[in-house]
Structures are given as structure tokens and as C-alpha cells.
Design a protein around this ligand. Structure first.
Ligand code: 5RP
Length: 233
């Protein structure tokens, strides 16, 4: 396994210590949290862990079923105890950019319903100021070009429709993704989120503000558990 893959695995597995029997667990999406999902499946099988999961994407739903995690619909539970998810960037205030895997809408709905959010990441994701990673924004296919124009004017940067070959990427919700190349300049992510959500064609933006309670960060010196002092853990 490559170094970075080992780091992802370490972070993903370490986060499982926050999961206890009886919990309703949001299952994030991506190549880091994949290791959390696999480990939770192992804990169910070998350690008698009893949980139910709510996946944040069709890909995670498939993996969770493969490893034997019982799933429920978000609408069938009043709230979730915890969500564990990856991130594309996090800043010193624990604000996040997410959506690199195009799952930001379901991820944000699940995070909003969760009493705690633990992020799993390798140390390339830690930044001083958000924005080097292009900000993912889920938009409606209807009038997508006009929405992208409005986003370009608002953010004053290049905004691209995310493509897969010759076709736009289509999310699990049938929408498209616009990526905003802001550069590392997002000093007020809360105001930016508010402004972006004012545009009618925007479904959701991958700024996750005031949601993250802890980051399990794997680096070459081992795993660091960074607890948000203003968080719920
Ligand atoms: C998917 C996400 C992912 O959590 C984020 O892109 C991090 O993924 P990875 O762990 O593969 O780097 O937001 O929409």
C-alpha cells in the first residue's frame, strides 16, 4: 500500500473508537472514510458492535451493505449520534471544504442531522485558509450555464462544470457540480456560504461551517486527534 493510502487507512480506522453500540451512525463518502466503513463492518462481525448506518452516497451504501452494516433511512430516525466523513480541506476554525467526491448534498444533510461530526483525513488536507481545493457547488441541470455565470460574477474566479470525459458529472441527486477556483482566499466561509446559497440554481455548496467537532489526522508522525474547542465532543 502507498504511504498516503496507509495514512488514510490509519485515520479511517482510528475514528471508529467514537462509535459505540446503540449508535445511529452517518457514513461519509470518499477514499478515507471507506476504511471507517470497512472497520465498522469488521467490528459488527467480530466484536458484536450493534449500530445502524445512514450512508451519504450510493457508493457508500453499496460498500456498507457489502461489509454488513445494517442501514436505515434518515427519515426513519429522529437524529444521528455521529457522522464520520472525509474532507478536502479544513482550516484552523474547523471549517471544511467537501464535495470532491460529488456527494456534498447528502453529506451535508446527514451532518446537519448528526449530534457530532468527526472528520478523517491525511495531513495534506490541513490548510491555513480554505480555497486551494476548488470549491464544489451542486447546481441544477436546468439553466446550469446561467448559474455558473452568476457564480463566476459573485466569486470573481473561474468556475467550471465538473466533467467526466465529454459529459457533466451527475450527482446521486441528478444534479451537476460546479467547481469554483477561488484559490486559498476564503477568509469568511460563513458569508461565502450565505451568498452562494442566494443563487436560485444552487442546490448546496461544499462549505461545511461550524459542523466539525474533531479531525482524526494521519501524518508521517502518526495519528493526531484534533478536538474543536468550540465543538460538541
Ligand atoms: C465527497 C467528499 C469527501 O469526503 C472528500 O472529497 C474527501 O475524500 P477523500 O477522503 O477521498 O480525499 O466530500 O463528496
Amino acid at each position: 500500500m502507498e504511504d498516503v493510502e496507509l495514512l488514510k487507512r490509519e485515520a479511517g480506522i482510528t475514528a471508529c473508537k467514537f462509535v459505540k453500540t446503540g449508535m445511529r451512525v452517518g457514513l461519509g463518502t470518499g477514499s478515507t472514510v471507506k476504511y471507517t466503513v470497512i472497520e465498522l463492518g469488521r467490528m459488527i462481525k467480530d466484536d458484536g458492535l450493534e449500530i445502524v448506518g445512514v450512508p451519504t452516497s450510493l457508493a457508500t451504501e453499496k460498500l456498507a451493505l457489502e461489509v454488513g452494516i445494517p442501514l436505515v433511512e434518515l427519515s426513519d430516525v429522529s437524529s444521528l449520534d455521529i457522522v464520520i466523513d472525509g474532507a478536502d480541506e479544513f482550516d484552523p476554525q474547523f471549517q471544511l471544504i467537501k464535495g470532491g467526491g460529488a456527494a456534498l448534498l447528502r453529506e451535508k444533510i446527514v451532518a446537519q442531522e448528526s449530534s457530532t461530526m468527526v472528520v478523517v483525513a491525511d495531513d495534506r488536507k490541513r490548510v491555513e485558509t480554505l480555497g486551494a481545493f476548488p470549491l464544489p457547488i451542486e447546481i441544477t441541470p436546468f439553466a446550469s450555464e446561467s448559474t455558473i455565470r452568476k457564480l463566476t460574477n459573485l466569486l470573481d474566479c473561474r468556475v467550471n462544470c465538473r466533467m467526466s470525459g465529454d459529459n457533466p458529472v451527475i450527482t446521486d441527486n441528478g444534479n451537476m457540480i460546479a467547481d469554483a477556483h477561488c484559490g486559498p482566499s476564503i477568509i469568511d466561509p460563513i458569508e461565502m456560504e450565505r451568498n452562494i446559497l442566494m443563487i436560485a440554481g444552487v442546490v448546496q455548496v461544499g462549505l461545511f461551517n461550524n459542523m466539525c467537532d474533531a479531525v482524526i489526522l494521519a501524518g508521517s508522525n502518526g495519528v493526531e486527534e484534533i478536538i474543536n474547542p468550540k465543538g460538541r465532543l
